[in-house]
Design a binder for this molecule. Structure first.
Ligand SMILES: C[S@@+](CC[C@H](N)C(=O)[O-])C[C@H]1O[C@@H](n2cnc3c(N)ncnc32)[C@H](O)[C@@H]1O
Length: 222
């Protein structure tokens, strides 16, 4: 599939899958979208606890992981971050992205995120532990009630409908802690209804620039 590096509305780059007309991030702003959908809501809804566990669906360019590692360090929050990726991005493409420059990554933690070993927990900074898991979501499994946050960042249902089914959401729901929070940029009505049908209490939140809404789900405390 043809892949292109493009510049988005806020000046940050992303990868475009030309045949699917789909991007790793919003064309209105890659960094802006990642901060709005995941980081702002993470900071808003996190509980006071020793350590926070996050599951990300789709490591991709590592942008969400990078922003989370920076926030963890800045706010001194201990984060254990598990990120699933079936088709890792080539290092040659990663080098073309401009997140390091924009986000002033003097310690080059962005490169460390990418060169860390798959399937092994790695401390990127004293507050952020990353485990990249190379597997498809369809076969991945984890302990129930494990994650405080789910960053659901799969390609959209238009191009990968099999990653937006109730069977997949049941799996994600079971690994979410009671009181845990599910976040996605997607606001499709069918996705909202399917997330509700597996048990999440769903709210529509204002979306990032270029998108009216996004979804947040909470797994009720029994
Ligand atoms: C929207 S991109 C993720 C963007 C990423 N969060 C970032 O910050 O750059 C979706 C990712 O899901 C991965 N993916 C696609 N199908 C998958 C599957 N079945 N299981 C696991 N990962 C998959 C893709 O390779 C891609 O990296």
């Amino acid at each position: 599939m043809e892949r292109k590096i493009i510049t988005t509305g806020d000046g940050s780059k992303t990868i475009q899958l030309v045949d699917w007309n789909e991007q790793y991030h919003s064309i209105h702003g890659a960094i802006q979208e990642a901060k709005h959908v995941f980081l702002t809501n993470f900071l808003k809804f996190k509980q006071q606890s020793e350590q926070c566990t996050i599951f990300e669906m789709g490591f991709g360019t590592g942008l969400n992981a990078f922003l989370t590692s920076q926030v963890a360090k800045e706010k001194e929050l201990k984060v254990k971050y598990h990120s699933l990726e079936a088709y890792p991005v080539q290092l040659s493409e990663i080098k073309e992205l401009n997140y390091r420059e924009i986000l002033q990554d003097s310690l080059d933690e962005f490169t460390q995120l990418h060169t860390s070993k798959w399937d092994e927990p790695t401390l990127i900074n004293p507050f952020f532990q990353l485990k990249k898991i190379q597997q498809t979501l369809e076969v991945w499994e984890n302990r129930e009630n494990y994650y405080d946050f789910i960053f659901y960042d799969a390609f959209g249902p238009r191009v990968q409908p099999h990653l937006w089914t109730t069977a997949i959401f049941e799996k994600i729901y079971s690994v979410t802690k009671c009181g845990g929070v599910f976040l996605t940029y997607c606001a499709k009505g069918q996705v909202r209804r399917d997330l509700e049908s597996v048990g999440y209490k769903i709210s529509r939140l204002p979306g990032p620039p270029g998108k009216r809404e996004m979804l947040m789900g909470v797994k009720p405390i029994k």
